[in-house]
Design a protein around this ligand. Structure first.
Ligand SMILES: Cc1ncc(COP(=O)(O)O)c(C=O)c1O
Length: 424
């Protein structure tokens, strides 16, 4: 089996099918997919020569910049606010500030990060509805004038500590579940959003619009239509009170083809444009979007080493493959096996493969990546072998714990022009 080929395509639970070899750069030739051959070969050339300790994440900043340009071209006139939480590597933020993007931030720490890397405070939206009064005040002192809210107590803090700022109300929507849904944590009922926006105007704030998030890795395009219908009702209701809104913030949610298919960027854009046309048949509001995953996932590759391959009994047909990457040092999104990453081989292996359970390195029983999803790896895989986790640029390093079980946080190497420009 050739190196860099991924033999282990997850199949539906219970399925006996194993498709054998799998092209690493699935979707090659699809211009909406950043993890093309050039990105992969730049990253692998770096890994082969620098040979950094594993586990590590390598992010191709040129691929991130390409994706930013593609998003700007796909949504002309829209404000593109990168959701920093997806990958807060300074080089990523710097490249996106250079590209003229704005930023959706969740905390004062992310504001500091953006400002240190060239962002204009006027291009920053404090998108997290859960924030302390002190954080609102600090954001305002740093020049941030845009806040998202979903609660009257938070709105009062904004009125008190960020006077005159633009305020967007986030609504909860009844959309199909995404692969990593938010549950009911964020957003309020549309009727409450109407009250918040009217109260915002009365408090001297500038009611700007309505925000929603259809859930991350949302594969059902109908979600945006359902959300936009609710947004349009809020726009109409506040207009009845003499308040005019100008922006609809569609959040993130656009997905990536990990081991299964995902809509293409153009499909997402068509769904959003169609929903806008249907629910705002006259002049529509300005669009803001907060892409996280789709901006960085495909620009990143994570290299890991096999610590141990073992069986629990000699009769067991499954081997356990323990990696030096797990739930707590980068692969948090494998919780409930939600995100099923492609794994690719790094050295040449014999062709024969067999079923495996993939687990992480800690002494924690939950640190098992895949046991229900069918993964198959070479029978000659052994300690010291390396594997590549593909499309791993989003929600990996930023989720890594600081020292669980004494394990270091996931290190990130950022490349441009194939050369290392930053590490963190
Ligand atoms: C407010 C907000 N906007 C945008 C995003 C980015 O979402 P995604 O990575 O699905 O594009 C998130 C993710 O949690 C978020 O909380």
């Amino acid at each position: 089996m050739t190196p860099h080929g991924a033999p282990n395509i997850p199949t539906a639970p219970g399925s006996a099918s194993t498709t054998g070899h799998f092209a690493v750069a699935a979707g090659l030739g699809d211009t909406s997919r950043v993890s093309d051959r050039a990105t992969l070969s730049r990253i692998r050339a770096f890994l082969d020569t620098a040979n950094p300790p594993t586990p590590c994440l390598v992010v191709d900043i040129d691929a991130v910049s390409d994706r930013a340009a593609l998003l700007q071209a796909t949504f002309p006139g829209a404000r593109v606010l990168y959701a920093v939480k997806a990958n807060p590597a300074p080089a990523v933020v710097h490249a996106l500030a250079e590209a003229g993007l704005g930023f959706d931030v969740a905390s004062v720490g992310e504001i500091d990060l953006c400002l240190a890397n060239g962002a204009d405070p006027a291009a920053i939206s404090f998108g997290n509805p859960i924030k302390k009064a002190a954080d609102v005040a600090r954001a305002y002192a740093l020049g941030v004038r845009e806040f998202v809210t979903d609660a009257s107590a938070d709105l009062a803090n904004i009125a008190m500590h960020a006077p005159g700022s633009r305020v967007t109300a986030r609504i909860a929507i009844d959309a199909p579940d995404s692969v990593t849904p938010f549950g009911r944590k964020f957003g309020c009922a549309p009727e409450m959003a109407v009250e918040l926006l009217i109260d915002a105007a009365a408090a001297g704030l500038r009611p700007a619009g309505v925000a929603f998030h259809v859930g991350s890795q949302q594969l059902d395009l109908a979600a945006w239509d359902i959300a936009m219908a609710a947004v349009a009702k809020v726009f109409a209701a506040v207009a009845d009170h003499g308040v005019t809104l100008d922006t609809v913030n569609i959040g993130g949610g656009m997905g990536v083809a990990y081991t299964g298919p995902a809509p293409r960027l153009d499909d997402y854009a068509d769904a959003v444009r169609g929903a806008l046309r249907r629910h705002f048949p006259r002049a529509g509001p300005r669009l803001a979007l907060e892409p996280g995953r789709i901006m960085v996932a495909e620009a990143g590759l994570l290299r890991t080493e096999v610590i141990l391959v073992s069986k629990k009994s000699s009769a067991d047909d499954h081997r356990w493959v323990y990696l030096d990457i797990g739930r707590y040092n980068g692969l948090a999104e494998t919780e409930n096996e939600a995100i099923t990453y492609q794994l690719a081989l790094v050295r040449e292996h014999a062709d024969a493969v067999g079923p495996v359970i993939v687990a992480g390195p800690t002494c924690d029983g939950d640190d098992v990546l895949y046991q229900r999803t069918s993964y198959r790896l070479p029978l000659d895989l052994s300690s010291g072998d390396r594997l590549d986790v593909l499309d791993a640029g989003a929600y990996t390093a930023s989720y890594s714990s600081v020292a669980f079980n004494g394990i270091d946080p996931l290190r990130t190497y950022c490349l441009s022009g194939g050369r290392l420009i930053d590490e963190c």
